[in-house]
Design a protein around this ligand. Structure first.
Ligand SMILES: [Zn+2]
Length: 217
């Protein structure tokens, strides 16, 4: 199979991710779940504005590329770990955006200080414990921090965001960056205040309804 429409959707979202300033140079990566244990991943070391649909790499569960001359992103283990833990998700994005990375460098979680954090991402943006780039350790810790939500920070590194489609995964990372910026400025302005607990409960219900997510414990 050629996966034409999947390739188009992934490339459009990957280029949007770069255009929104969420990644620098060839950093960051984006993937989508195909079927039968296959995934489509952005390639290693390729500039987003020069990337074509043909550069996107189809890999199996062992991360073996379908075409020998294609090298999948170095963070593919992270993507696979999220897919294994979360059957409800169809796409994963990994970014290095500035404000979210600042929070990740401080090793702090971003509490739900805006309604859309709960409604769209499912709750607080937890910060995963440190794991070396491209390692299984990083993948395992990221999955733990993600829980049943759509985004997490990766300590001293960046962000992982997810959704049903590549566009949704990128949208999660855009929201993380926006909330990180607002949260850090609110902290400077006297301290960010969380939403009332009953509001968080009601918004969690909206999140679960909207995204059809199963609660994983
Ligand atoms: Zn990274």
């Amino acid at each position: 199979m050629n996966w034409e429409s999947e390739r188009r959707a992934l490339l459009v979202a990957a280029q949007a991710m770069a255009a929104r300033g969420l990644v620098a140079g060839t950093s960051g990566n984006l993937s989508t779940r195909l079927q039968d244990g296959l995934y489509l991943v952005t390639p290693a070391s390729r500039a987003y504005d020069e990337m074509t649909e043909a550069d996107l790499v189809v890999v199996n569960e062992e991360l073996e590329p379908a075409e020998a001359d294609h090298i999948p992103s170095s963070e593919s283990l992270l993507h696979l770990a999220v897919y294994h833990a979360r059957p409800d998700l169809g796409a994963v994005a990994h970014t290095h955006s500035i404000y979210a990375s600042a929070a990740a460098a401080a090793g702090i979680a971003i509490p739900p200080v805006l309604d859309e954090v709960v409604v769209q991402l499912g709750g607080p943006i937890e910060c995963a414990e440190y794991g070396p780039p491209a390692s299984e350790e990083l993948a395992r810790k990221a999955v733990k921090a993600l829980g049943d939500r759509r985004a997490a920070l990766l300590r001293n590194h960046g962000v992982v965001g997810a959704g049903r489609t590549p566009a949704e995964a990128v949208e999660a990372c855009v929201l993380v960056e926006r909330v990180a910026q607002i949260f850090l400025f609110a902290e400077l302005a006297g301290g960010a205040k969380p939403l009332p607990a009953e509001v968080i409960d009601a918004e969690r219900a909206i999140y679960q309804m909207r995204y059809g997510l199963q609660v994983q414990r």
